[in-house]
Structures are given as C-alpha cells and as structure tokens.
Design a protein around this ligand. Structure first.
Ligand code: TXA
Ligand code: MG
Length: 313
C-alpha cells in the first residue's frame, strides 16, 4: 500500500488494534506489532516462524519515548544523541513501568530500543498509539527484505497470519540491519554488526567489545551462525568463478560479474545492494554464488558477517 497520509493512518490504526503491519525503515523492512500487546507479539513469532527465545527490537518515534521503556545510562544517552534517528539499536535494562509485553524480551530483563531515520517510519511511529516491536519482515532464517516486494514474497498472506498491510517506502537506503550494541552490562558489546560501523561508535565511547558467535549460549539469539541464508550455497572471497556459479562482484574485477555490488568499490552502495542481489541470484538455479572479497572495515564488517552466515562458515 502507498505510504501516503491515508495509508499511514490506516496502517497505524490497524497496528494499534493488534494487527501486524510491515513498514519501511532505512535499514530493512520491519514487521511491526503493538509492543504492549501479548497477542500481537505472539502473531509476529507465528508469521515469521521465529523461535520465541529470540527477542524483538522496540521502535519509537524519538529518544524520549524510548526512555519510557528502557533505563538509559550515560553511554546510551551519548550514543542515542549522536546516532538517533538511525541504524543503531541499544540493549538496556527494561523499565518495569514501561508497559511492554514480556514476550518482546523473550525472558530477558533487557529490551532493545531503536529510533529509525526513514521519514515514513517516523511518521508511522508517530501515528501509532504504542511502541512498535518489529523484527525484519522476512520468514525466519531468510535474508532481510530491502524492498516491499521482498516482504510479500517472504511472509504469509494477511488471511494466513501475515501482515494486514505492507507500507511501500521504496528500496531501503542502508540495506543492512541496524548495529545492535548491549549497554546493559559493564562493558559495551556489539551483538550484531550493522548499519553504523563500530569505528563510528568507538569515536564517541572508546573501545567496544564484539560478542562472539556462540550457538550454545548466544548473547543475542539472532547471532546463531545459520541466519540470513539463501538456498543457493555461497562462497566468500572468491577470486575466480567455477562452472555453473554466479559471480557477485565488488569493485573492478578480473572476472565478468553476473551482478556487481558496486562497480566503483563503494561500500555503502554495496551494503544497499547486498540482500536484493543475493535474492535475485538465489532465484536463478546457479550451483553457487561466488562473492568478491569485501574489505573488512567499516560497513564491510557487517557485509562480511552476513556473507559468513549465508555461507554457513
Ligand atoms: O535494522 C533492524 O534492526 C531491523 C529493523 C526492522 O529495525 N530489525 C531487525 O530485527 O533486524 P531482528 O529481530 O531481525 O533482529 C534483532 C536482533 C536479533 O539478533 C535479536 O536477538 C537482538 O536484536 N535482540 C533483540 N532484543 C535483544 C535483547 N534484549 N538482548 C539481546 N539481543 C537482542
Ligand atoms: Mg532478522
């Protein structure tokens, strides 16, 4: 549905009445529900077939609303002042008086909060009469949707438990999920690399730990190693192309690329193209998707993280 004033009002009313609504953010599309409504949150887990031990991010229109849900400390105040609205999610102790459904936190005493930057996300959140819990709007384990059409391809129809409405805000500008940082413990820790590079956060608060992927006891359940996976096998750091393979290039390359993340080697352009191109190549019966080496700095860290999970290595 077009995200004009009519569409936004309709969508905000549906969500406030317990329905699911898919909406654009600058990172990826989200599958939103009223974060104070147990039944609505349960329907998110059902629509995605998501394990209920994996907690959800709560989205608000501004930091002031997020502060009603989570206990901010000094570091959280500094980072939110600088990077919100934007591609940063902060994990903090949950306020008991915030009214959140406990299902949002999946049994943890923390909550992840984010203020997105996409103007339509902002308008939508401002029109909802509640905080909005939203995972990426894809079936669990698939790559995240960066266009409205990906949501429709991935999730069930409205009468089969899918979103009542998909708001179309065009392709997502960032194209990778938000960076998740845990500030609920003594040492700031990145739980998931994403749209805001670690280096940018470290300029403000100094050295940040990175949580290791650990399938036995993940700090962030979304860190399970098999995540964001296409059906076609994926090969990273490929310098050559084998018979039957698609080649996903980056920068000038010696092999003819089937598709290029960025011909000029622009890492932001590559991030914005990553999921849509993986989806496109996944639908074409290639034996594998070989991907050029991506420099492991800045946004490249998040890109390599997603590629590693897609390659199951
Ligand atoms: O860009 C994004 O972050 C998108 C848009 C829609 O905001 N959302 C998104 O949500 O990617 P999801 O559910 O696909 O990923 C949320 C990640 C998961 O890895 C989850 O385990 C982690 O955040 N998470 C959520 N709440 C947490 C908490 N209280 N403690 C630790 N990790 C948490
Ligand atoms: Mg996800």
């Amino acid at each position: 549905m077009a995200a004009d004033t009519h569409g936004l009002t309709l969508a905000a009313n549906l969500l406030s009445n317990g329905e699911l609504v898919a909406f654009p953010t600058e990172t990826v599309y989200g599958l939103g529900a009223d974060a104070t409504n147990d039944a609505a949150i349960t329907s998110i887990f059902a629509a995605k077939n998501r394990p209920s031990f994996n907690p959800l991010i709560v989205h608000t229109k501004d930091a002031e609303d997020a502060q009603k849900l989570a206990r901010f400390n000094g570091l959280a105040e500094r980072l939110s002042t600088i990077f919100w609205p934007g591609a940063l999610t902060i994990v903090l102790p949950r306020r008991e008086d915030g009214g959140l459904s406990l299902l949002v936190s999946a049994g943890l005493d923390t909550v992840a909060v984010r203020v997105p930057k996409h103007p339509l996300a902002h308008e939508f959140l401002a029109a909802c009469r509640c905080p909005v819990a939203a995972p990426s709007a894809n079936f669990s384990g698939e790559v995240s949707p960066t266009q409205a059409s990906h949501v429709a391809q991935s999730l069930p129809l409205p009468n089969e438990g899918g979103p009542a409405i998909i708001l179309d805000g065009g392709p997502c500008r960032v194209g990778l999920e938000s960076t998740v940082i845990d500030l609920s413990t003594a040492r700031p820790t990145i739980l998931r690399h994403g749209g805001i590079p670690k280096e940018h956060l470290e300029k403000i608060i100094g050295t940040i730990n990175v949580a290791e992927t650990n399938d036995k006891a993940p700090r962030s359940p979304g860190m399970l190693s098999q995540h964001y996976a296409p059906a076609t096998p994926l090969r990273m750091n490929a310098a050559n192309i084998l018979s039957g393979e698609a080649f996903l290039g980056f920068g000038p390359s010696i092999v003819d690329a089937t598709l290029s993340l960025s011909l000029t080697g622009d890492i932001q352009e590559a991030a914005a193209n990553l999921f849509a191109m993986i989806r496109q190549l996944d639908n074409q019966n290639y034996s594998a998707i070989a991907v050029s080496e991506i420099p492991n700095i800045g946004l490249g860290r998040a890109i390599n993280d997603r590629l590693r999970r897609a390659a199951h290595t």
